[in-house]
Ligand binder design. Structure first.
Ligand code: HDE
Length: 711
């Protein structure tokens, strides 16, 4: 069924892209101007050993093109991976929005989704501690809609004028361009420690949310409050959510750092392989709906992007699903050249006055011009609308469209008045007529000044292991600083979030908890401002805890797409390998046999069992769980192999499931977890179902509290 849908979508979007596709199969090599090339090995020279000649147009064209192969990488979100798919609503949302792509449960709208990290360069590791971009391009029948969100529901700053400051602070420091793809450095925390409005976002960024196990296991959020507009012109406030079908899961920090070395393309490869294997990633689109009359009902401002609406106050309604079912054909043409813009919306949607969103609406067109180099970036195949495009915009660098006719202005009579404006009933876009009567000021509303209550709500909503991870992350990041005063100032901010959190971090940093945060706490205020008005306040959260903010209660009933290592050596029991492998694969997991060396191992009954990886070419951090199949001889050989023992210790340290087949238990005695028990350590009766349950449970995080082992 899924495969069939993939074919449908491919056809739909392919109609538009086909004329740009180049396939060299059975074709001659030519210049860009179609001349067949007879020698692509030698430049034209005056004699075999002589100087090259200027007239060599074949060489000149080839090198010219090569010299200009790179375009500027994105200033933020440079590192990304993307896929094609479709979106389909569950039912018509016509009571809330007139958007066509949300009105018909039988309509599939093609999408292109790009996931990204924010801080690192294009070649940086996937596994940096960072926010992930989650940008979705909907090719709707009424034009392009881009939902350009992140995997965290709030942001660092409240006003877009602070964005360059934030990004300058987090990027590698300007004097030595260090560190790459990391926030653990002086300039970032200097800025953050002076910007209490970042407190809530910092809690998320220091949580495991910034270390996703897979791009397929992340939530997505539109962050800003948007508007739905229905056919009657009624506006409703909306928050967008993406909920992954596989649950929300993360890796451990020690693991993340090791993955960065073992496989910096970890997320990119994982997404690519899942789609190639037909395990199509899926998300449900969720919305929180707030009637206009409730705009001021909450103790925070709906326009403030550092706040979320707890799901307990406004539940998330799931209104459709998105399936990613096709990898791009060409990374540059699609993933690199795709141009998102929060200002790409369609009738039925509109903006609010969130000051961060307002700034973004200006920024993204600008960025496309400097990155893609032309105001015609919308003509690049991946950016093209499937809805017809007709207007009087003309010419410019690399214009593709050949406009017919003599008129490129309006009104005109020569061209019959075409293209003509669409009335509302014909799908014309009109902005929501929000009444505004206000003085022109540079100021922020006092309704934005509670910077801490939701940071506290987030911390209080975490499980014990999640809280510990936040403490560890803050201790790591602040521990990397060279300015002690920034550490102190930052701990002062933490006291406003949670005293215990501040005390634990201070203890790890070897400093005292400051008696009070530095005053004036907010340096981010205008000159001549009334300091009181700008002081950060801690308001009261309506609820003390929100389950949806923790990953502890996420979906844990599937092992689909999980990667399991089987450690094998000579003497392994082939029947047990086959039995457990088949059982895991039946549940959608993938299994790789890892052995001391590549090739094959000899099984107990003297057959050859091919292996997939050796300890040299893989590592425990690239797997979700490990099984040591039955076979006393195999286990004995592995017990004598330090790489095998390290593999097991490390996978234990990262709290993953470990199972031993009959006769292989003896291997555990060589490890640091010898004699220990927990629900992730499995042997004996009902091994397979217990192992499956433990893998689906993702991690036994509680293990860390008492049993960290050297690895
Ligand atoms: Fe972006 N952001 N951003 N951003 N953003 C860009 O646009 C910007 C913000 C987000 O996969 C840039 O095409 C400003 C919030 C994603 O191609 C640039 C402000 C959120 C992506 C830009 C923000 C985002 C970008 C760089 C503050 C979450 C990657 C390249 C007002 C809701 C899209 C580009 C992709 C990319 C500007 C804040 C998400 C420079 C000025 C908040 C997912 O235009």
């Amino acid at each position: 069924m899924a495969k069939k849908q993939a074919a449908t979508i491919k056809n739909k979007k392919a109609i538009d892209l086909e004329k740009n596709v180049s396939d060299a199969t059975d074709q001659f090599l030519t210049t860009n101007h179609g001349v067949r090339i007879q020698d692509n090995q030698n430049t034209l020279k005056a004699g075999e050993r002589g100087p090259s000649l200027l007239e060599d147009f074949i060489f000149r064209e080839k090198i010219f093109h090569f010299d200009h192969e790179r375009i500027p990488e994105r200033i933020v979100h440079a590192r990304g991976s993307a896929a094609h798919g479709y979106f389909q609503p569950y039912k018509s949302m016509a009571d809330l929005t007139k958007a066509g792509f949300l009105s018909d449960p039988n309509r599939q709208t093609p999408v292109f989704v790009r996931f990204s990290t924010v801080a690192g360069s294009r070649g940086s590791t996937d596994m940096a501690r960072d926010v992930r971009g989650f940008a979705v391009k909907f090719y709707t029948d009424e034009g392009i809609f881009d939902l350009v969100g992140n995997n965290i529901p709030v942001f660092f700053i409240q006003d877009s004028i602070k964005f360059p400051d934030l990004i300058h602070a987090v990027k590698p420091e300007p004097h030595n361009e260090i560190p790459q793809a990391a926030s653990a450095h002086d300039t970032f925390w200097d800025f953050i420690s002076l910007m209490p409005e970042s407190a809530h976002m910092i809690m998320w960024a220091m949580s495991d949310r910034s270390l996703p196990r897979s791009l397929r296991m992340m939530e997505g959020f539109g962050i800003h409050t948007y508007r739905f507009i229905n056919a009657k012109g009624v506006s409703t406030f909306i928050k967008f959510h993406w909920k992954p079908k596989l649950g929300v899961h993360s890796v451990a920090w020690d693991e993340a750092q090791k993955i960065s070395g073992m496989d910096p393309d970890f997320h990119r490869r994982d997404l690519w392989e899942a789609i190639e294997n037909g395990s199509f990633p899926e998300w449900e689109l969720g919305i929180q709906v707030i009637p206009e009359k409730d705009e001021h009902k909450f103790p925070f401002d709906l326009l403030d992007p550092t706040k979320l609406i707890p799901e307990e106050l406004v539940p998330v309604q799931r209104i459709g699903k998105m399936v990613l079912n096709r990898n791009p054909d060409n990374f540059f043409a699609e993933t690199e050249q795709v141009a998102f813009h929060p200002g790409h919306i369609v009738p039925g949607l509109d903006f609010t006055n969130d000051p961060l969103l307002q700034g973004r609406l200006f920024s993204y067109t600008d960025t496309q011009l400097s990155r893609l180099g032309s105001s015609n970036f919308h003509e690049i195949p991946i950016n093209r609308s499937v809805a017809p495009v007709h207007n009087n915009q003309r010419d410019g660098h690399m214009r593709q469209t050949v406009n017919r006719g003599t008129t490129s202005y309006q009104p005109n009579s020569i061209g019959g008045g075409c293209p003509y404006q669409a009335m509302l009933s014909e799908g014309g876009f009109s902005s929501y007529p929000e009444p505004i009567a206000a003085p022109k000021v540079r100021a922020r509303s006092v309704s934005f000044s509670d910077h801490f209550s939701q940071a506290t709500l987030f911390f209080n909503s975490q499980s014990k292991p999640e809280q510990q991870h936040i403490i560890d992350a803050l201790s790591f990041e602040l521990g990397k600083l060279t300015y002690p005063e920034i550490r102190k100032r930052m701990v002062g901010i933490l006291t406003q979030i949670d005293k215990g959190l501040a005390a634990s971090v201070a203890a790890n940093l070897g400093i005292a908890v400051p008696e009070a945060p530095e005053k004036p706490i907010n340096q981010g205020m205008p000159a001549d401002a009334d300091a009181e008005k700008y002081e950060s306040k801690k308001g009261k959260s309506v609820i003390d805890k929100s389950e949806a903010l923790s990953m502890a209660g996420t979906i844990k009933d599937t092992i689909a797409t999980r990667k399991i290592a089987f450690l094998v050596a000579d003497g392994v029991q082939a029947t047990d390998v086959a039995l457990v492998k088949t059982a895991l694969e039946k549940e959608g997991a993938t299994v790789e046999l890892v052995a001391p060396k590549l090739g094959a191992v000899a099984t107990a009954d003297k057959a050859a069992q091919a292996v997939d990886k050796s300890f040299l070419t893989t590592a425990s951090v690239l797997y979700d769980a490990v099984y040591v199949p039955a076979g006393a001889d195999s286990a004995k050989k592995l017990a004598a192999d330090p790489d095998a023992v390290h593999f097991l210790n490390e996978i234990f340290r990262h709290c993953k499931a470990i199972a031993f087949g009959q006769g292989a238990e003896s291997l555990a005695s060589q490890t640091y977890f010898a004699g220990k028990t927990d629900e992730g350590l499995i042997q004996g009766k009902d091994l397979v179902p217990r192992f499956i349950k433990a893998i689906a449970g993702h991690r036994v995080w509680e293990r860390e509290a008492s049993r960290k082992v050297p690895a």
